[in-house]
Design a protein around this ligand. Structure first.
Ligand code: PXG
Length: 457
């Protein structure tokens, strides 16, 4: 029996009939029909109408190796045949998960030793919440249980990770729990007032000390944050921020937990974003770039200190996931990390393509009448829309402006993302100069069209 040929509108009808999409008004989408993406190669995607897009977002910050890597498909195929599934529950283990950990810890600074694997970033943060609380219990400090996150931080969509994150509209939709607190974000452009960037970085970090003292240090388990805020608008903290946060965490015996779900696996040109910012977290949440999104996998990485407490003094930790360390996911993760390392991709982002992207973006936008600031390093960047550059005055309708720019981008065959008044981009780490030229040219076209169509310039 031959399969019926399906058209774009067939898929759109099926999609409208059966799916609730993430973070959008389903009714509005159903009226218009979702874009049906069919195929990918390196940085490009094609929809079912044959239109080509440059993916400036690596999917959702995850396809670090780009699309179309046959070697990753081949290792998955082989692993599916050899051992498609086994677990770490029955006093058992399997070769691939051990080989993955050997490789992963060879890349990480040697303060880390253990991992608890998950299927996603949200799950990594769920595991984080229970693991740090368990750690303090074992140390006879069970009252140390409050998790401090940041407003506008993003740590996932499950219940604990939503509460840990700082998205108010997610909290309002059934996403808050007791035992979570938040401090402000280090977003100098919006919150800096008269302070220079470095003074503001210290002030933003001091909010953590104030919050710890308000809650009582004996009740605070951990501070959790993204080294740079991804979904919240690709916000880079001032250089003064992280060392001060670290000092405060150490002073009050509060664990410092980095959410590396976006920053990990080469995005900044370092293997992990905390290395770019120069601080030393106690745990790392990882996902996305761990497998370049080819198969779901995440994990929580623990420092030797935390692992030693759990292993030597903890007894049974009543926690576990069916698919933790899944052999096929582990096989794909190994192939992905080997490619990022052995093909020199992370090194290239640090020394060549990262600086190139940052240079051409600044050439295109530093003096652009609609853009107040360009931030970024390596293969991640943000453009801040601004009405007046000198006073950092933002447009009142900045949300609509950025959304318009994103929509125009899609028309121009470019996928970039808008968050509040910022356009954010995170192309695959394999991007070469000509793909980066295309990214910046199309972004410039989208920004210019936005300015003209909304009568801003
Ligand atoms: N932590 C961080 C820092 C993230 O960015 C998660 C955890 C959750 O990971 P999972 O795998 O459970 O989705 C994320 C996810 C966006 C966008 O539009 C960002 C994410 C997810 C979806 C959309 O920027 N980040």
């Amino acid at each position: 029996m031959t399969k019926p040929i399906r058209t774009t509108s067939d898929y759109q009808k099926l999609d409208a009939a059966h799916h609730i999409h993430a973070f959008l008004d389903q009714k509005v989408l159903n009226d218009k029909g979702a874009l049906v993406i069919e195929r990918g190669d390196r940085l490009h995607l094609w929809d079912t109408q044959g239109k080509r897009y440059l993916d400036g977002m690596s999917g959702l910050w995850c396809t670090n190796l780009g699309y179309g890597r046959k070697d990753l498909a081949d290792v998955a195929h082989r692993q599916l045949q050899e051992l498609p599934y086994y677990n770490l529950f029955f006093q058992t283990t399997h070769p691939r998960v051990n080989e993955l950990s050997e490789l992963l810890f060879s890349l990480l600074p040697n303060r880390y030793s253990h991992a608890i694997y998950t299927n996603s970033g949200s799950e990594a943060n769920e595991v984080l919440i229970r693991t740090v609380r368990r750690y303090w219990q074992i140390l006879d400090k069970p009252e140390k249980s409050i998790m401090i996150g940041r407003w506008n931080g993003y740590h996932g969509s499950t219940l604990g990770s939503t509460a840990l994150g700082g998205m108010g509209f997610m909290h309002e939709m059934g996403g808050m729990l007791p035992g979570f607190a938040h401090i402000g974000e280090p977003y100098w452009y919006a919150r800096g007032g008269e302070l220079d960037e470095q003074a503001f970085g210290l002030k933003a970090a001091a909010e953590l000390e104030t919050k710890i003292l308000e809650l009582g240090a004996e009740k605070v388990a951990a501070f959790v944050a993204e080294p740079f805020q991804g979904a919240g608008g690709m916000i880079f903290p001032p250089a003064s921020y992280w060392s001060e946060i670290q000092r405060i965490c150490r002073k009050y015996d509060v664990l410092l937990c980095a959410d590396e779900v976006i920053g990990g696996f080469g995005r900044t040109g370092e293997w992990f974003a905390h290395e770019h910012f120069g601080f030393e977290p106690d745990t790392l949440s990882i996902a996305k770039g761990l497998t370049s999104g080819y198969i779901p996998m995440g994990g929580l990485v623990l420092s030797k200190t935390i692992a030693e407490v759990l292993v030597e003094k903890g007894g049974v930790f009543a926690s576990g996931l069916t698919y933790s360390g899944h052999p096929v996911a582990a096989a794909v993760a190994i192939a992905n990390i080997l490619a990022l390392r052995n093909e020199g991709i992370v090194t290239q982002v640090k020394n060549d393509t990262g600086p190139y992207l940052q240079k051409i973006l600044r050439e295109a936008f530093n003096n652009h009448p609609l853009i107040g600031d360009v931030q970024g390093v390596g293969m991640v960047a943000a453009l801040q829309f601004a009405e007046e550059k000198s006073s950092r005055k933002r447009f009142e309708a900045e949300n609509d402006i950025a959304w318009h720019c994103r929509t125009v981008g899609f028309e121009e065959g470019l996928i970039i993302r808008s968050t509040l008044g910022r356009m954010i981009m995170a192309p695959a780490l394999i991007a070469n100069h000509s793909e980066l030229d295309e990214l910046v040219e199309k972004t410039l076209r989208a920004v210019n069209r936005t300015g003209q169509e909304l009568n801003l310039i």
